[in-house]
Ligand binder design. Structure first.
Ligand code: SOE
Length: 379
């Protein structure tokens, strides 16, 4: 059957611009889909870097005016991977133009903006998604399957941590093209919106809504030079680290911790769930493994097992290589895009969409509020 072409416009060419471009290039090679993305136009502010990006990844055209791009009648899907402070205006414009939208996480700077975006896409009535790519790690998708099959039973505990170490040096500047994550006016928050948003998205996917939080945050380096204005120093306003307690609506309790000051931890995205009948454990630094303990094993055989999530029975894996050949970080974006494109054909909503991502945004806001006011915040 002839494929339906889907013209894509991407806004932004940073880390995520590359990850998403790779997904558009490869998705049709590995997934048999009704829709075929066409890499039509890339948009960003600096023409020379934009041209190099487009040539490297295969975008057909470039345009430094994102508004013109979003309004083009030949564009079907707008992919937003520009910094957080422009998600609102870009996604609002894309929704008003009736486009499909794929937006990088976090959805917005805060839950107030997130609410505006949920309303905008609801009025447009077009499918949308937010790239919480870790849901598409096969081992995390397998954890979801095991939970949904009822194998671990009632959940008592959820424990998550997301650790990195790249901002320890006080010499790392803030702002600019590459370090906007350290500038609150561009990022909205520090590790809470950037890293814990992933942990919260996964946690609520696996364990249901969060009902209340109590938190503490710290900013270890108080002042940093501006990347774009060498010699000028400004206070650092983001949360460098955040730890919070949570209670789930379903009765489970949780701890979450995140920092960019855990020397040696590059991208440790870890969680463990303890249920009445069993437990699950995952660490992104060994992304093809899922720890599983089931109390239903005979006593003398009982113990933690490591499931190597690399067989064709495992989520997503039949689309990739032969059993035993692991897939990696970039594949999570390809898997996510495949789910979105498959959903366009079946009419099934892709998760997480803007409404799901807004639920995470609301938790992030509550965490920051709880930390600022040193109290429990109910959602
Ligand atoms: C920050 O360093 C970052 O790039 C996040 O922005 C991503 O969402 C995370 O997946 C990896 O780390």
């Amino acid at each position: 059957m002839a494929k339906q072409k889907l013209n894509v416009a991407i806004i932004g060419y940073g880390f995520m611009g590359r990850a998403h471009s790779n997904a558009y290039r490869k998705v049709g090679n590995f997934f048999d889909l009704e829709y075929e993305p066409v890499m039509k136009v890339a948009s960003a502010r600096q023409q020379d870097q934009l041209d190099a990006f487009a040539a490297n990844w295969g975008w057909q055209e470039t345009d430094t005016d994102w508004r013109r791009v979003v309004e083009r009648p030949d564009i079907d899907l707008v992919d937003i991977c520009a910094p957080n402070n422009v998600h609102l205006e870009m996604a609002q414009a894309a929704a008003a133009a009736g486009k499909l939208i794929a937006c990088e996480k976090p959805l917005a700077m805060d839950a107030t903006q997130g609410r505006q975006l949920v309303d905008a896409v609801a009025a447009a009535g077009k499918p949308n998604m937010v790239w919480f790519n870790y849901r598409r790690v096969p081992a995390i998708a397998l954890a979801k399957q095991i939970v949904d099959e009822g194998r671990i039973g009632r959940v008592f505990h959820y424990r998550a941590r997301y650790l990195q170490d790249w901002t320890i040096s006080a010499d790392v500047p803030q702002g600019g093209n590459t370090l906007w994550r350290l500038d609150k006016s561009v990022s909205g928050s520090g590790v809470t919106g950037d890293l814990l948003a992933h942990s919260i998205d996964t946690a609520m996917w696996l364990t249901g809504p969060i009902a209340s939080v109590a938190a503490t945050t710290e900013t270890f380096v108080k002042e940093r030079e501006l990347q774009d204005e060498p010699g000028t120093r400004k206070p650092v306003e983001i949360d460098d680290a955040c730890a919070f307690l949570a209670r789930f609506a379903g009765g489970a309790m949780a701890t979450f911790e995140s920092t960019r000051y855990a020397r040696g931890r590059k991208n440790e995205n870890y969680f463990e769930i303890n249920g009445e009948q069993g437990s699950l454990a995952f660490n992104l630094e060994n992304a093809h493994e899922l720890g599983y303990f089931t109390h239903s094993d005979e006593g003398h055989l009982r113990g933690w097992r490591t499931i190597q999530v690399w067989d064709s029975d495992h989520p997503y894996m039949e689309h990739w290589w032969v059993p035993g050949c692991v897939i990696g970080y970039e594949h999570t974006f390809i898997n996510a895009l495949a789910d979105f494109l498959a959903g366009l054909a079946t009419g099934e909503k892709t998760c997480p969409d803007f409404a799901d991502a807004q639920a995470t945004q609301v938790v992030c806001d509550a965490v920051l509020q709880a930390a600022a006011e040193r109290r429990w915040v109910d959602l």
